[in-house]
Design a protein around this ligand. Structure first.
Ligand code: MN3
Length: 232
């Protein structure tokens, strides 16, 4: 299996004025493509690893041959995180989630505003390049965490449901050094329908616990169900 750059489900210009066209084009076609290419290059000569999904590779990172471990961590993580990031945004995004996700956010953070403040503060406070996550833990609670580089929340046993890229390449062309302004604008494109789908998937899997066990057989189905949620 060769890893492939996923198609965006909206135009590069669709998230204007919040995320600008040029940033989207370079971010998707150049940055994300490079992680995909580097991942494929890294796996050349490792035939037993070539059929595994990015999710499986990252879950089994410690078991990978040492000489390719950091390359898979960085490029596989870059591929996984960006694939999720694109789907967490939509031209019809913004506002607030409803249903079970809204209740879970209220239970874990007191209110939607409380969650938004905590997530935004984590995004502003993250030193250097990294990602901000809303994830489900093994008990069904929701937590905000950050990861450096292209690390994923799985390493802490968390199942991600929403992610924000705070690498400079995600905002510098439009917002320059003003990361806080980018974060404020980003809330207006968050695809809560997609995040609610991720939340349901996380609940079915009791956070990461069962997802990890099932990774081999069910990951494709999970990805398919995500795709369906965002195709409509
Ligand atoms: Mn990025």
């Amino acid at each position: 299996m060769t890893h492939e750059l996923p198609k965006l489900r909206y135009d590069f210009s669709a998230l204007e004025p919040h995320i600008d066209t040029r940033t989207m084009a370079i971010h998707h076609d150049k940055h994300h493509q490079a992680y995909v290419d580097n991942l494929n290059q890294t796996l050349e000569g490792y035939e037993d690893l070539q059929d595994k999904s990015t999710f499986e590779l990252l879950l089994e990172l410690e078991a990978l041959p040492e000489e390719i471990r950091s390359a898979v961590r960085n490029n596989g993580g870059g591929h996984f995180n960006h694939s999720m990031f694109w789907r967490c945004m939509s031209p019809k995004g913004g506002g607030q989630p409803g249903g079970g996700l809204a209740e879970a956010i209220q239970a874990s953070f007191g209110s939607f505003a409380g969650f938004k403040d905590e997530f935004s503060a984590a995004a502003s406070g993250l030193f250097g390049s990294g990602w901000v996550w809303l994830s489900m833990d093994g008990e069904g609670g929701l937590v905000v965490t950050t990861t450096p580089g292209h690390d994923v929340p799985f390493y802490k046993g968390l199942f991600p449901i929403l992610v924000l890229d705070v690498w400079e390449h995600a905002y510098y062309l439009k917002y320059e050094n003003r990361r806080a302004d980018y974060i404020v604008a980003w809330w207006d494109v968050v695809n809560w329908d997609h995040v609610a789908g991720n939340f349901s998937t996380a609940k079915l899997n009791l956070g990461l616990g069962k997802a990890a066990e099932w990774a081999k057989t069910t990951w494709q189905r999970i990805e398919d169900s995500w795709a369906k949620l965002t195709d409509s």
